[in-house]
Design a protein around this ligand. Structure first.
Ligand SMILES: C[S@@+](CC[C@H](N)C(=O)[O-])C[C@H]1O[C@@H](n2cnc3c(N)ncnc32)[C@H](O)[C@@H]1O
Length: 236
């Protein structure tokens, strides 16, 4: 990483962390600690993790009800940040985790050439044992954790997750992202957030999201998480 890149990276983190409030400054050591722990368990870079942390804290400070749902967990790094940020809240949130734990499914033609170039069986495979390990390392009680192992196509029809305050979709492909939005969007509370981790990176994720926003006539703000590949919007 060159000097200019490092400067930009640090500036991004600084902006997303939002030190305009005294409370956020006080929380800095806590946030840095969780980021240092989660890094070994995640494919996300630091700015995106900082963003997830802040979004969860914000939902707590505004007392938004609902659970946290992550679709695409792998080894649990990003969801550990979400769960850690939500820890100790009065909102009593359950954390729902959905993943095949067998790696990505095969892409389809809607995912574009890059997906086919990258894909092989077992690609991005995570391990639920590693997920529990990071939760234990962070001393996050496992009793609020709901790990749902299997293909979304099979598991989604069998679950009811209740209200959602934050939906983190990190599932890359068209079909996977489409399933997540159709299954969970209606459960997101007003003011809740939907984060698309791969919108700026994978063609399938972008297509599924654009189609969903258009079908539902969701014209509210759809924003990039600074200059990262992640995008998000709030339910209004
Ligand atoms: C990019 S990884 C998730 C990274 C993770 N959030 C982190 O912190 O490193 C994407 C995950 O989505 C899962 N996935 C994608 N589509 C799926 C589907 N249709 N059913 C189940 N799991 C799926 C894959 O198993 C993979 O572990």
């Amino acid at each position: 990483m060159g000097v200019a890149h490092t400067q930009h990276y640090l500036k991004t983190i600084y902006q997303i962390a939002d030190f305009s409030s005294f409370r956020n400054i006080l929380e800095l050591p806590r946030m840095l600690w969780i980021l240092s722990k989660a890094r070994a368990y995640t494919m996300l870079d630091i700015p995106r993790l900082v963003f997830l942390y802040r979004l969860t804290r914000e939902a707590d400070s505004t007392k938004l009800p609902g659970n946290i749902v992550e679709c695409g967990v792998a080894n649990g790094g990003s969801v550990a940040v979400l769960a850690f940020a939500a820890r100790g809240t009065l909102m009593k949130r359950n954390i729902w985790l959905f993943d095949s734990f067998q790696g990505m499914p095969k892409p389809t033609k809607k995912d574009g050439k890059m997906a086919f170039d990258q894909y092989h069986e077992g690609w991005l495979k995570g391990d639920p044992v590693r997920v529990k390990q990071i939760f234990q390392e962070l001393q996050i009680p496992l009793n609020n954790l709901r790990i749902v192992k299997g293909w979304f196509q099979e598991t989604f029809p069998t679950v009811y997750v209740g209200q959602i305050t934050l939906l983190h979709i990190d599932a890359d492909w068209y079909e996977s992202v489409e399933l997540c939005l159709h299954k969970f969007y209606d459960s997101v509370v007003v003011g809740g957030s939907i984060v698309l981790d791969d919108y700026g990176c994978w063609e399938g994720c972008r297509r599924a999201t654009d189609e969903f926003l258009k079908d539902r006539r969701l014209t509210g703000e759809f924003r990039q998480v600074d200059s990262s590949v992640a995008y998000y919007f709030r339910k209004s």
